[in-house]
Write a protein that binds this ligand. Structure first.
Ligand SMILES: Cc1cc2nc3c(=O)[nH]c(=O)nc-3n(C[C@H](O)[C@H](O)[C@H](O)COP(=O)(O)OP(=O)(O)OC[C@H]3O[C@@H](n4cnc5c(N)ncnc54)[C@H](O)[C@@H]3O)c2cc1C
Length: 458
């Protein structure tokens, strides 16, 4: 069988949300784009419900979720600590949408922009010329073809959107050196399932027990280690329930699935699963180097994830918009200068927030379950703090918030000693994380990355 030789402006590897939006935004700027996916087309990326924010869709160049994407709406979130400390009640800004339907929407939008797809791809390998990726060799099939065949794709720009492990970055020596694999102590093991409500009275009693009503969410933080969550959202019509769980994947805690099963076992009003899934999420700040030698990284492949709760959809979707803005008009979108501009723009826009919350996530892990309980009991954990985290924004505390924190620390001086050094580091990380060097200079980037590592930890 002969090789199918093709040439396009950009090839995106990975048809999850980050890769599809990168393809869409590049195509909207006039680039010819091919997307390569290892699964059958339409089955890529997250296959469960994820929380995404309205401002993230807008910044990513996308319309808000359609009615068929949204399952549980934005009610109130009742945030609880270990031993049911709290609740702190927050008006949730988060839209919980079915990622399978978002994936369908992105594929349809890409097709309307004449993006080509090759699915069921195997053995994707890069061809380097003078250190720069110039082509990919793979075996794949167009979505309507039965048989996979050898394909060779030449392009100016290759986008690694292959998820947590990446596909291209480890094959490019210049990038591999900057993108070490993420260890299990910095990975979140997560599960999310939509399940039937088998007993509406039982669901109502569960909500009543926390002062919540149908349509609200009840979320525990800190039950399985300082970084951990168990979020339960009962639909307003009491027809279905979303359960999301997550904990650090070091093995010290249960997996996302075992935490979910434990909750189901204790709550027999929850019925059978409708759909959902499990996975590992990188929790570190984005890699310093987001592109080199003809390759850009987006999404989990770049660690573009909000670390405090492992949310990577919005941060990955927005990367596609930033990438297209920076390289879309360049004569050579894969040139080092264009990719450096993407890297700088992403860090300047999102790097401060992600570095601050990477530090905050490490603080929560360090103070542990007991520390999180004391944050609730002392009054340190407030609706403002919970709201900023859910909104994925880093806010310097106002005078009123500082006064409230001072009172909380007076109630628990030991907590103050444990938390304050971390919170000072968060503030430094929020500024330093956004200060990536604008001029191409690997020495300056290395110095910035090392300074940031000292502040954030890890
Ligand atoms: C249970 C769970 C719940 C979560 N909840 C939330 C949430 O509420 N909010 C939120 O924002 N985030 C959440 N996340 C995180 C979010 O799902 C991820 O950050 C996001 O899916 C990453 O998108 P991506 O496109 O970068 O990567 P992925 O979704 O991993 O997509 C990568 C794609 O690349 C393809 N691929 C891999 N290897 C190859 C190869 N060799 N060749 C071709 N294609 C390849 C894969 O098949 C896949 O389709 C959750 C994660 C989990 C596991």
């Amino acid at each position: 069988m002969g090789t199918d030789d093709r040439r396009v402006a950009a090839v995106v590897v990975g048809a999850g949300t980050a890769g599809l939006n990168a393809a869409l935004q590049l195509a909207r700027r006039g680039l010819s784009v091919t997307v390569v996916e290892s699964r059958p087309l339409g089955e890529g990326g997250a296959r469960w419900d994820n929380g995404v924010l309205a401002w993230q869709y807008a910044r990513a160049g996308l319309a808000p979720p359609t009615a068929d994407e949204v399952h549980t709406g934005t009610g109130r979130t009742f945030l609880l600590g270990p031993a049911d400390a709290g609740p702190v009640v927050v008006e949730s800004p988060t839209e919980h949408a079915d990622m399978r339907r978002l994936n369908d929407r992105l594929v349809a939008l890409c097709r309307a922009e004449r993006v080509d797809f090759l699915d069921r791809a195997r053995d994707v390998s890069v061809e380097l010329v003078d250190g720069r990726v110039r082509a990919l060799a793979l075996s794949a099939a167009p979505p309507d073809a039965a048989e996979a065949a050898p394909v060779r794709l030449e392009a100016d720009l290759f986008v690694d959107a292959g998820g947590r492990r990446g596909v291209l970055r480890s094959q490019v020596p210049e990038l591999a050196a900057w993108c070490p694999p993420v260890g299990r102590d910095v990975l979140c093991t997560a599960s999310q399932f939509m399940l039937d409500v088998a007993d509406a009275d039982g669901a109502r009693a569960f909500l009543d027990g926390h002062g919540a009503t149908p349509g609200d969410g009840v979320t525990w933080v800190g039950l399985d280690g300082g970084f951990s969550a168990l979020a339960v959202g009962v639909a307003a019509d009491l027809g279905e329930v979303s359960v999301l769980t997550g904990a650090i994947a070091s093995g010290e805690w249960g997996s996302g699935r075992t935490i979910l099963d434990r909750f189901r076992g204790a709550n027999p009003w929850i019925g059978e699963p409708r759909y959902g899934g499990d996975g590992l999420i990188p929790l570190r700040r984005p890699y310093a180097r987001l592109g080199a030698s003809g390759v850009a990284l987006v999404g989990d492949a770049a660690c573009q994830v909000f670390p405090a709760h492992g949310s990577g959809i919005g941060t990955g979707l927005m990367a596609g918009a930033v990438l297209a803005e920076q390289v879309g008009g360049a004569a050579d979108p894969g040139a080092d200068g264009a990719l450096w501009a993407y890297q700088t723009a992403y860090h300047r826009e999102h790097g401060g927030t992600l570095a601050a919350y990477d530090t905050f996530r490490r603080c929560n892990s360090a103070v542990g379950t007991d520390g999180v309980r004391r944050m609730f009991e002392s009054g340190l954990f407030t609706a403002d703090m919970g709201g900023s985290g859910l909104e994925q924004r880093w806010d310097e505390p106002s005078a009123a918030q500082s006064l409230s924190a001072t009172r909380a620390y007076a109630r628990d001086p030991g907590l103050a000693r444990a938390m304050l050094p971390w919170l000072a580091r968060c503030a430094v990380a929020s500024r330093l994380g956004a200060a990536a060097p604008a001029e191409p200079d690997l020495g300056a980037l290395r110095r910035w990355d090392r300074r940031l590592a000292r502040v954030v930890g890890g």
